[in-house]
Design a binder for this molecule. Structure first.
Ligand SMILES: Cc1cc2nc3c(=O)[nH]c(=O)nc-3n(C[C@H](O)[C@H](O)[C@H](O)COP(=O)(O)O)c2cc1C
Length: 180
């Protein structure tokens, strides 16, 4: 197990995986960590769908696209992952509880859960990547989600085959201001 600094500093987007299964017991721990994220009124609107079936992984990858153009080629590297975690939430419950801002708040807290998940993966020696470029309605159809549900991320997860290290981050001076 790593200390917190190591976990944070070792997180990077991994886009190539070893041909090695990830046990469900580890995936369960990671989802448990994701579900520790904060949410409005503790509503926990998130759901985690784990897909290991190769045919379905192929169908999911077909809904992804590269770059900014929605009908460009799929991100085929995703197929090297032994598992995908589809993270989605149901805006309806939040909208009922907190009103119009419910959807945005659901999106925010589900994003926080995704980050917890990515960090937890690092702690288990796994790699992952937040994949957000997918055609939403097509993906929902592929995995049979209800029309009310909203997918936030596809997370390919597995043992990393290569490490590129994260691209450089902005220096602290450019993003932090202290008013005393
Ligand atoms: C909302 C969101 C969507 C993203 N979508 C994709 C994607 O579709 N494909 C991909 O390869 N990476 C995707 N990424 C990963 C970013 O490219 C990556 O985090 C960024 O380049 C910084 O690299 P690092 O994660 O290694 O620090 C996404 C990240 C976020 C937060």
């Amino acid at each position: 197990m790593m200390n917190f600094d190591e976990v944070i500093n070792n997180r990077e987007s991994i886009r190539l995986f070893e041909d090695r299964e990830v046990e469900n017991s580890i995936l369960s721990k990671i989802v448990e960590h994701a579900s520790r994220a904060p949410s409005p009124a503790n509503l926990q609107p998130w759901q985690f769908l784990i897909v290991k079936n190769k045919d379905l992984i192929g169908k999911i990858v077909d809904t992804t696209y590269s770059g900014l153009i929605k009908d460009s080629s799929p991100q085929s590297w995703v197929k090297t992952a032994p598992a995908l975690i589809i993270v989605y939430f149901t805006p309806r419950y939040l909208v009922a509880r907190v009103g119009e801002d419910g959807r945005d708040q659901g999106l925010l807290c589900t994003g926080a859960a995704v980050e917890n998940l990515l960090l937890s993966a690092v702690n288990y020696g796994l790699g992952a990547c937040w994949v957000g470029n997918f055609r939403k309605e097509e993906l929902k159809k592929a995995v049979n989600l209800h029309r009310d549900e909203e997918v936030v991320a596809i997370i390919p997860i597995g043992y990393p085959k290569e490490h590129h290290n994260s691209p450089p981050k902005l220096p602290l001076e450019e993003l932090m201001t202290v008013i005393e």
